[in-house]
Each structure stands twice: as C-alpha cells, then as structure tokens.
Design a protein around this ligand. Structure first.
Ligand SMILES: Cc1cc2nc3c(=O)[nH]c(=O)nc-3n(C[C@H](O)[C@H](O)[C@H](O)COP(=O)(O)O)c2cc1C
Length: 374
C-alpha cells in the first residue's frame, strides 16, 4: 500500500545477522524464541485474586510485541500472600480459568508464558500504589501480615511470626499454586525470592531472627526456599523450567549480599533450578541503591560465572545494543525489561529492527515494518 510515510521501503537492505538477543534459548522442554523477556510487573488490577481484561491486554501486548517470554506479575500462593488487596492469586480454580485465557493468547503469538509465584510476608495487605494511603484496613479487605520474625518493614505494621507448622503449610501452598499454574497453561514458573517479600525475609539476617532450623546459618535461612523449590519441582515434573528471582544485595551491613547469593545459587542449581533472575534491594526501605544503566548486571555476571547456572539480568536495561552487549559479555543468558516494555510493549520488535535482525512479526502488524526482508 503506497503513501504510508512511516514505511521505509527505500531503507538499505541489511544482512540478517543472528544476534544473541534474537537467538533462541532452550531450558528443559521449553524453547524461547529470543532472549528479550518481559519482567514481572504488578498491576494491582485483580478482583479477589482473579485477573481480568486489563491483564489480557497488558500481557498480550508484550506477546504481540515480540517478547520471547512474558512473565506475569507476583501472584500470591494464598490470600494473605498478596502484596495488595488487588493482586492476583493462584489459590483457587476460578483464578486458574482466568489465567488460562491469557496464556492461550500468549501462546498463539509463539511466546512462552511464565508466572511469578509469590508471598508478600511482612509487606502484605496494602492498598494500590495510587490510593491515598498505604495499608489496607480490615474494612477495606486488609489482613494481619505474617513473616519469619516479628520484625516490621520500615513504615509497616509488625507482622506475626510464623510457626513451624505454618511454614510447612506454606510450602504446600507454593506446590499447589505451581500445579494450578501448569493447569492455567504457564510454561515457566518463577519463585519470587527477592524485593523483601517472604522468601527474601527468610534469607536475610535483617528480617530473619529465628533460632530454629529456619534461622541462623545460611543453610537454615535458605531452607524455606529450597523446600519450596523441591515441592514445586515435584508438582510440575522434569519438563518445566523453574526460575528463582533473588535480590543479590540488601545494600546494608549485616544483611543479604552477593557472596551469600552466589552460595545460594549453587544450592539452587543443585536443587534443579534452571535460571536465577538477578535483581536487588527491597528488604531495607532506607538502603541506598546505586541506580544506573544495567546496575544489577554485575551481580548476574558473578552468579553465572561462579556457579555455572543460567542467569537473567534485569534493571535499567533499555536499549537493544545495551541488551546485546550484556549477553555477549557473558553476564546473562537473557535480559528482562520492565519499564521499557511498559513504555513500548512492542519493544522487542523495535529492538530487532535496531539490530538489523529480520524476525517474524505478527501478520497483523507486518505493514509497520521498517526493515526489509534480507
Ligand atoms: C509497575 C511495576 C511493577 C513491578 N512488579 C514486580 C513484580 O510483580 N515482581 C517483581 O519481581 N518485580 C516487579 N517489578 C520490578 C521489575 O520486574 C524490574 O525488576 C524493575 O522494574 C527493574 O527493571 P526495569 O529497569 O527494566 O524497569 C515491578 C516494576 C514495575 C515498574
């Protein structure tokens, strides 16, 4: 069709190169068509933990936009594990059915669907970020938060310390949510062990003051996560990749740090985890985080090089060349982007054009290409 000024039919024809960003990756039975992945992003738009049309359009747009993996947001394994009153869950079958509509759409675009299984611990029971107050009252649907120890996150109420039998039940909740996630059509499961939520609260000596088998040594602080990972594996079988998102540092003396993250990553590797998604922070409100382009990439590199486990890098990765360099440097096996995809859900299609890579586009979008078939 002539006359569409945005089409550059006269653009120089570039040779198709196989960039690392657009090369496939296989983990267990799942092949990702590229390594430009969507990082999980809370939308605070579920009702009773059930996702709806907002989530379909939000996540679906990344799939039509060429991402190799769309990782759905922190999804609670039980009702008190939600961050906010409007976070989604996977503790009942109505939630499974609602997610299924979304995974069917993602799969129809040739994209892998992942979900982050989470429990907010002491950071639970909030309103949405755009509401005029932080904590939800009982009348608003709020609840008492639970955590490894009765230590509050700055500005939040003091949580109730979990009893050992309750920790056993939580492991079962993660396993049951994993089984529902598979029924909902998800191909990849990520355990959220970062950002100061429940699993991170167990890992960090700043939030875990327990003196039983879940507190003290690194082995004890990691026990809950390792039990969760093994229980999830038992539910989903050998074909499904399991990721774990960690915060590589609390950026606080006496807290969780990179050295412990490396040790943890080798324990996770030995427990059959396929990839560590390397973020940071979130457990200490007052910590100073040295933000800058790719600021968490060195953590991903260290974990990958020291343990041999696959990693994903995340955090202020915004352009195609930067992403390609991270992968070529051997820092990670994939990159996860959050805000860049929010700004432009078709980021992956645009990135391929920036790198001169002619990839498959959805037929409905073909006419918007600027790069000619080589
Ligand atoms: C709106 C929004 C919601 C987020 N929700 C989650 C979440 O559910 N789980 C999670 O692990 N990280 C969450 N994050 C963090 C992102 O996944 C990502 O790690 C972070 O934004 C840094 O990447 P970026 O610089 O590409 O945005 C969220 C970020 C944003 C902007």
């Amino acid at each position: 069709m002539a006359g569409l000024g945005t089409r550059r039919f006269d653009a120089p024809q570039r040779k198709a190169t196989m960039t690392r960003l657009f090369s496939p990756l296989t983990l267990r039975s799942v092949t990702f068509k590229n390594r430009a992945w969507v990082s999980p992003m809370c939308q605070y738009s579920a009702r009773d933990g059930v996702v709806g049309s907002w989530h379909l359009v939000h996540l679906g747009s990344f799939a039509t936009g060429g991402a190799g993996l769309v990782m759905a947001e922190a999804t609670a394994v039980n009702a008190v594990g939600r961050i906010s009153i409007a976070c989604p869950g996977l503790w009942n079958d109505e939630q499974v059915d609602a997610w299924r509509t979304i995974t069917d759409f993602i799969h129809a675009q040739g994209t892998v669907a992942g979900i982050q299984l989470a429990h907010a611990g002491r950071k639970a029971s909030t309103m949405r970020p755009w509401d005029d107050h932080v904590m939800a009252s009982p009348a608003e649907g709020g609840w008492e938060a639970e955590a490894p120890s009765a230590v509050a996150f700055e500005g939040y109420p003091v949580p109730r310390a979990l009893r050992v039998e309750e920790i056993d039940a939580l492991v079962e909740d993660f396993a049951a949510a994993a089984e529902r996630a598979r029924r909902a059509g998800f191909d990849v499961l990520e355990v959220h062990a970062a950002h100061g939520y429940l699993v991170h609260q167990f890992l960090s000596p700043l939030s875990n003051l327990r003196d039983d088998e879940y507190g003290g040594s690194l082995e004890n602080r990691a026990r809950f996560l390792l039990r969760v990972v093994r229980a999830v594996r038992t539910q989903v079988g050998e074909a499904t990749p399991i990721f774990v998102r960690v915060s590589a540092s609390d950026y606080t003396p006496g807290g969780w740090d990179l050295a412990q993250s490396v040790e943890l990553a080798s324990m996770l590797r030995d427990a059959g985890v396929d990839l560590v998604d390397v973020s940071s922070g979130g457990n200490v409100a007052s910590a100073t985080i040295p933000l800058g382009p790719g600021y968490q990439v060195p953590f991903a590199r260290e974990i990958r090089q020291e343990t041999g486990i696959a990693t994903a890098a995340v955090g202020l990765i915004t352009d195609a060349t930067q992403a390609e360099e991270i992968l070529n440097d051997g820092a990670s096996d994939a990159v996860l982007l959050a805000r860049a995809f929010l700004r432009n859900p078709r980021w992956a299609l645009a990135a391929a054009e920036d790198l001169g890579e002619y990839i498959e586009w959805p037929a409905q979008l073909e006419r918007a290409r600027t790069l000619r078939r080589p």
